[in-house]
Write a new protein. Structure first.
Length: 253
């Protein structure tokens, strides 16, 4: 499943992407106890909840009734923490990356991020770690001297549908910036998750960045104000952001 968060009556609402369109998942499932937000879903991802979501999405004749035209996609999840760096804020698809004043050029790392749910036991072994990953999303980790923002999105693809053998790519103003495979990432997810679990109980919705994937071409300089940044993975889609300036809206892809 490719799960999203969209804006609905001033609230964060859970949806799914089907054939490029956002479908309201709680409405489609039709049960009052079904989670209405991504955060609530990740807090209880096992068993009947996920079974109900998958079964509902198979009722293709009902999908048009719950389609959300021109859905305003938000950051798919608001994590209780982000690993590795202290990001000052999290932004979602199509949002502007605001650079802190007076701190030099803003650069970004191309990353995949793993979203975890609370494991059954507090301290994990390496063999347990992958089983705690709810799904994956794209991440632009923005920094100058320090990390200051993380862009997440456009969706969270559940672990069973993520193909880690496919490359993730970044473009700036339509020009190839970097590309790589998740196996080339700086940090292994299992290692991170195990280490974090030894310090404190993992919280549902925690996000672990992969670290830099691929190498930026040496001629590439920091994206300038107004630059359009896109990172893509075939399983997840494309995350678009802009460095200051006017934003453009895009449909789910």
């Amino acid at each position: 499943m490719r799960l999203v968060t969209y804006g609905w009556k001033g609230r964060r609402r859970l949806g799914a992407i089907v054939d490029g369109e956002v479908v309201d998942l709680p409405g489609l499932v039709g049960h009052p106890a079904f989670p209405s937000s991504m955060e609530a879903l990740v807090a209880r991802p096992r068993g009947t909840v996920m079974d109900a979501a998958r079964a509902a999405l198979e009722r293709t004749d009902e999908l048009p009734d719950w389609s959300v035209p021109d859905a305003d996609l938000l950051a798919p999840i608001l994590p209780p923490s982000l690993s590795q760096e202290e990001h000052r804020w999290v932004v979602g698809p199509d949002e502007v990356i605001q650079r802190p004043p007076g701190n030099g050029d803003a650069r970004f790392d191309l990353e995949i991020a793993a979203v975890v749910f609370r494991p059954k036991k507090p301290k994990l072994r390496p063999s347990d770690a992958r089983g705690c990953i709810f799904g994956y999303t794209l991440m632009q980790s923005w920094f100058n001297h320090d990390a200051f923002a993380a862009a997440l999105g456009p969706c969270i693809v559940t672990s069973d549908e993520f193909d880690e053998t496919l490359p993730v790519t970044a473009t700036v103003n339509g020009r190839r910036w970097s590309e790589g495979l998740i196996e080339e990432a700086e940090v292994d997810f299992s290692t991170q998750i195990v280490a974090a679990s030894r310090i404190q109980q993992l919280l549902p919705g925690e996000v672990f960045g992969s670290g830099t994937i691929g190498r930026t071409h040496p001629e590439r300089k920091a994206p300038r104000p107004g630059a359009e940044v896109e990172i893509s993975h075939p399983s997840i889609g494309t995350l678009y952001n802009k460095v200051a300036g006017r934003i453009r809206r895009r449909k789910a892809s």
